[in-house]
Design a protein around this ligand. Structure first.
Ligand code: XBP
Ligand code: MG
Length: 257
């Protein structure tokens, strides 16, 4: 039985529904501003999310979804410009308060801080996006709540590579058995498992059909007493108490036991 020492949070799709409410509309606005005539529907985006990283996703789209005659000649340079524009639009959306944390996230972060459980971030997104989300939802001090923040600025290899999780483990004074990862996607689960980390999956509209058989628990939200979580599966679903249907430290400690 391992003692719960740290929670490692993914960002996009886990802390907030940033993909559907933030990144996707920002990608489309950047495409429109550049006069490209590209448009990503929610259905296409669900498929494109298999490619982690905004730049990588756009390059994949150019190579696999555009006919050869519509592929831009200098794709890498175009993608670099589009990514900067997308992130500017995304951060404006955050600053205007249009994106909220998912149900139960703020409560669980506060519980962990009170309970002396370390917090960390492991994301393939860039640091400025993460900081903008934390500040707009949790306040100007929120960055300091996290002992380690591993983002695309620190680790270039994208999930499902385990590198971002290995980086967190290298910088967090805590053995992998004492850490629990919170993720929303198959790529995230594969990355965490490849770093020998146990994982709770909290699905969203884009990720609910993934294969999460390796997860300890699969729920549709972390939830609150007044906004219950639904149990969807997991190797340790025996820990989920239907009389207390939300994710708290009691449940997370049970998962590692
Ligand atoms: C997040 C991503 C990111 C975001 C966009 O994955 O794949 O690419 O969609 O952010 P995860 P950037 O939640 O697994 O970290 O444009 O900054 O890449
Ligand atoms: Mg995610």
């Amino acid at each position: 039985m391992a003692e719960l020492r740290a929670l490692i949070f993914d960002v996009d799709g886990t802390l907030a529904d940033t993909e559907g409410q933030g990144h996707l509309p920002a990608f489309n606005q950047a495409f429109a501003e550049a006069g490209l005539g590209w448009y990503w529907s929610a259905e296409l985006y669900r498929e494109l999310l298999a490619v982690a990283g905004g730049k990588e996703r756009m390059l994949h789209y150019i190579r696999h979804h555009l006919p050869p005659e519509r592929r831009p000649p200098d794709a890498e340079a175009l993608v670099t410009r589009l990514h900067a524009a997308k992130n500017r639009i995304y951060e404006q959306a955050l600053q205007s308060g249009r994106i909220a944390l998912r149900s139960g996230v703020a409560r669980l972060l506060e519980e962990a801080r009170r309970g002396g459980v370390l917090l960390a971030i492991a994301t393939t997104s860039v640091r400025s996006n993460v900081v903008a989300l934390l500040r707009s939802t949790l306040g100007p001090e929120a960055e300091s709540w996290f002992a380690v923040m591993a983002t695309a600025d620190e680790v270039q290899e994208k999930k499902p590579s385990p590198r971002v999780y290995e980086y967190v483990l290298e910088h967090l004074s805590c053995p992998p058995e004492g850490c629990l990862v919170l993720e929303d996607s198959e790529n995230g689960l594969r990355a965490a498992r490849a770093a020998a980390l146990e994982t709770l999956i909290c699905v969203n509209a884009f990720t609910r059909n993934g294969d999460y058989s390796e997860a300890l628990l699969v729920v549709d939200r972390l939830g609150e007493p007044e906004q219950p979580a639904r149990l969807l599966g997991g190797r340790r679903r025996d820990c989920f108490d239907t009389a207390r249907p939300w994710v708290d430290l009691v449940l997370l400690r049970c998962l590692l036991s």
